[in-house]
Design a protein around this ligand. Sequence first.
Ligand code: ADP
Length: 480
Amino acid sequence: MKVLIVSPEVSPYAKTGGLADVTGAMPKELEKLGTEVKIMMPDYSIIDRDKFRIKRVGSDFNVQVGNETKSGKLSKCKMGRKIEVFFIGNEEYFNRDGFYGDKTGDYHDNLQRFTFFCRSVLEVLKLIDWKPDVIHCHDWQTGLVPAYIKTAYKDDSFYQGISTVFTIHNLAHQGLFPHELYYVIGLGWEEFVFDKIEYYGKFSLIKAGIIYSDIITTVSKTYSREIQTKEFGFGMEGVLKWRSDDLYGIINGIDYTIWSPGKDNLIEKKYNLKTIKDKPVNKNKLLEVSGLSVDKENQTPVIGMIARLAEQKGLDLIEECIEDLMSFEVKLIILGTGEEKYETLLESICEKYPEKISLSLKFDENLAHLIYAGSDMFLMPSKFEPCGLGQLISLKYGTVPIVHKTGGLADTIVEFDSSDMKGNGFVFESYLSSELMSAIERALNLYKDKKAWQKLISNCMKSDFSWKASCKKYLELYEK
Ligand code: ADP
C-alpha cells in the first residue's frame, strides 16, 4: 500500500496546532505497519532548512493559478530513515512570517496559495514518478486535491485508480471564497453547484474535500456525529449527512516518542509513574520560569492551559469565572497565541492577578513541555473540540484534564469517581461558566485528598492513546 499524506502543516517542520502533531506522527506508525508513505507540504520560509537537512531536488515546475503560470520549487528531506517529505515552494506564496495569516486575519491570497499547492501536489507526483494508491488530504487547504483528481485530471491515466481520503480536523475553518475568485481554481462552472463546490453563492474548499473524496474521516467518533448537526456543522451538516455512509470518526493518537515525561529532554526532571515524586521538580521550575513564587511544599495546585487563542477554546467561560477561580488557592499558567481580542482579554485578567496568573503570548514548544509536566491540572473548556491533543498529552504527564464534554474530549476523558476510583479527569456537560467552575472545584477538592489524587494521576498516566490502533483503522479504510 502506497500512501501520500498531504497537509498544510507537519510537525516538526511547521506547526500551528494539533494538525501538525497528527500528520507528523501517523506517517511513522503507518510505515511501521508496512505502508510506503510520502508526505507533501508547503515550503514555508520559516522552516529551518539546516536543522532538518532539507535540500533542493529536481528542476522547477510550472502550475496554473487563475490566469497566471506560477513556478514551483521542490525540496526534500527524510523523516526517520525512510519517509520522504517533499516541500513545495514558491517565494511569492510561502515567503512570509505566518502560515495562513497574521494578527489582522487571513492572508488575502490564501486561495491562490493553496490552489498552487494542491495543483503542485499532483504535478510533483508525476515529476517524481510515484503513483500512490491513496492520497490522504488534511483540512481545507488540501480540499482541491480530490476535486482535481475527479475533474481536471480525471482523463490523465497517471491519476486513474488513485483514491482519496479527506480528514476534517476542524470544520470551523472552511476555506470559503467569493464567486468572483472562482476562476483561480480553474474548475468548470458545472462544479459550481450546490451539491458540489458552491456554498451559498460562494465556494468552499473544505466542501470540495467532502464532496470529491472517496472517504471522509474526522478525528473522533463524537465529532463525526456532531458535525452532522446544525449546532456543530457550520452549515456543512447537510452535505455531511448526505455523505454519512462514507464518513468515519477515528480518534487521534499521540507520538509518545515526543510526549513522554520519562524521555522528555525539554523538562526539568524526567519522571514516570514509579518516580512520580519527581513531578513537582518540574512544577517549581515552571513556577520559576513563569515568574510566580515557587511552592516547595507542593501545596498550591497549578492549572495549565495551552491553546490557540480562538473562540473555540472556551476563553469566554474563563473570562466569566475568573473572579470565582481566583478566590481559591490556585495558580494559573497560560500559553497561547491567536486572535488579538483574546490576547487583550487574557492580558487584562493577568494584570489583575499578577501573583496568581502567568501569561505567555507566544508559540513556545519548550514551555509547552514544561507546562504539561509541571502543572497539576490542564484546562480545556472548549466550546467544541474535534479531537484535542492537549488533554491526551497531559494524561501522559499525569496532569489531570478538566474538559467540556464535547467531540474528542467526550471520547477520551471520563469523570473521576471517588467511590470506585475510576476515571481520568473532570468533565462538565453544559457549556456554562458555572459548570466549568464546579468541575474545577471538584478537581481542587480532590487535590487535597493526596491518596485519591495519586490514584487519579495513575489512571491518567495509564491511559493509552498511541497511534497504533488508530493507524490500523486508517489502513482498513485505505484498503476499502
Ligand atoms: P488545535 O489543533 O485546535 O490547536 P489541539 O489540542 O488538537 O488543538 O492541539 C494543539 C497542539 O498545539 C498541542 O500539541 C499543543 O501543545 C500545541 N500548542 C498550542 N498552542 C501552543 C503554543 N502557544 N505554544 C506551543 N505549543 C502550542
